[in-house]
Write a protein that binds this ligand. Structure first.
Ligand SMILES: [Zn+2]
Length: 409
């Protein structure tokens, strides 16, 4: 194998959404950064390994913990060239291969934004993550040093396997990334007031951003609305327009006063505010490039004004859409990268023991500002204020250029 080949990476077949989702029944070929030939049978590499129990395995529960020591089925074998994309989805070895590839992909995406390797938060105890792709269990769990998957029973009596669901896998790895980047509360320490809700919402965003790295997903999301993402962003229509679970979650119109204390519920306004700013950034790029003629005013304004705007947006995007698809796709990828970069760079500014939503939002804004995206930071502030995550008073103080730390003591 030549050095040139080795630098290309390793091929896997991944489903961007559960294959039961319309338009996602075919897996996409994806390159992960592991050097060709370096991923060993399992698959396994220096940070994770797949184990396929060949007998009934109970879910891990203390004191029953990895490593798994029971009977195992044969591992997935790489092709002679060192790739894993020759394994057909009908092959039992595909499941573990798929989970492995999804995790490697999510890590590649977020390490790119962070600019450093993500080390497992459990590295002191376990050198590598253990992945169990399928046990007879209607659940999935991410624990200290382990990830194991069951299935969701379907109405037709079938099984929707979590191992084939990129969203479930990416969300769990999102939690792991956060544990590594913002830490775990020390024994006896107190988690910040919004830490757990933040974890849920940002894990959803980790999954959303990673999903938007699939060609299939970008194409479908754009073509479905002729490039108009506002259509995905209206609560009442999201269910019919968005096939991607990540977008159904992020495309909400919830404010803090409209959610309870349950962590998933409480996570929605921050996720929605981030998604609004992503779409606003996409709009700003397409307008600046002269691709689409949109009315002045922000998405946040549009939420409170009138529904006719929705029609105006739709018509503006539909004009000559087929001629603009690829440019709009590049613009969406740019908006995705700007927002994801701001999010990743905010983590170094946060501490899990006193994390609150307002600080977390401002940390993203600060990171954006520092990297020359002041207008994007402004959009995010506007959208977080609408969501009641920061207050107009905070915005006012920021606008005067005073340190906001005075506000949050
Ligand atoms: Zn979660």
């Amino acid at each position: 194998m030549s050095g040139h080949q080795a630098s290309l990476g390793t091929r896997f077949l991944l489903y961007p959404q559960s294959p039961a989702t319309p338009g996602y029944d075919k897996p996409e070929l994806v390159w992960i950064s592991d050097k060709q030939g370096s991923v060993l049978p399992g698959p396994q590499n220096d940070r994770m390994y797949v184990v396929n129990p060949s007998v009934d395995k109970q879910p891990y529960e203390y004191p029953y913990l990895p490593p798994y020591s029971g009977m195992i089925a044969p591992p997935a074998e790489p092709s002679p060239e060192g790739h894993f994309d020759h394994i057909d989805p009908s092959d039992p070895a595909f499941l573990g291969t798929h989970v492995f590839g999804c995790i490697a992909r999510v890590l590649d995406v977020w390490e790119g934004y962070l600019g450093h390797r993500i080390n497992w938060h459990f590295a002191d105890t376990y050198e590598r993550l253990e992945i169990i792709p399928l046990i007879d269990w209607d659940n999935a769990q991410s624990g200290y040093g382990l990830l194991e998957f069951g299935y969701r029973p379907t109405e037709a009596g079938g099984r929707d396997l979590f191992a084939l669901n990129f969203d479930v896998i990416a969300h769990e790895i999102g939690h792991s990334i956060l544990f590594s980047e913002i830490g775990l509360p020390m024994a006896g320490g107190m988690p910040g007031p919004d830490l757990f809700a933040y974890h849920e919402g940002v894990s959803d965003l980790c999954s959303l951003i990673a999903m938007l790295h699939f060609d299939t997903a970008l194409d479908r999301v754009l073509r479905r609305g002729s490039g108009n993402l506002m259509a995905l962003n209206e609560l009442n229509r999201v269910a019919e327009l968005a096939d991607e679970r990540q977008i159904r979650i992020a495309g909400n119109a919830l404010k803090m006063s409209g959610v309870g204390t349950q962590v998933h519920d409480k996570s929605r306004p921050f996720t929605g505010g981030f998604f609004d700013a992503l779409i606003q950034t996409y709009h700003n790029i397409v307008v600046a490039q002269g691709l689409v003629d949109l009315p002045a005013g922000s998405i946040t304004d549009a939420r409170d004004i009138d529904a006719d705007l929705e029609q105006i947006y739709a018509r503006a995007f539909e004009a000559d859409y087929d001629l603009k698809h690829f440019q709009l796709k590049a613009a969406l990828a740019d908006a995705r990268d700007i927002m994801a970069f701001g999010l990743a760079k905010s983590w170094g500014r946060l501490d899990c023991e006193n994390l609150n939503y307002a600080d977390a939002g401002f940390a993203v804004c600060d990171a954006l500002q520092e990297h020359g995206h002041g207008n994007v930071a402004d959009s995010l502030i506007e959208s977080l204020a609408w969501r009641e995550i920061i207050t107009p008073y905070d915005v006012h103080v920021l606008g005067q250029g005073r340190s906001r730390s005075a506000v949050w003591i």
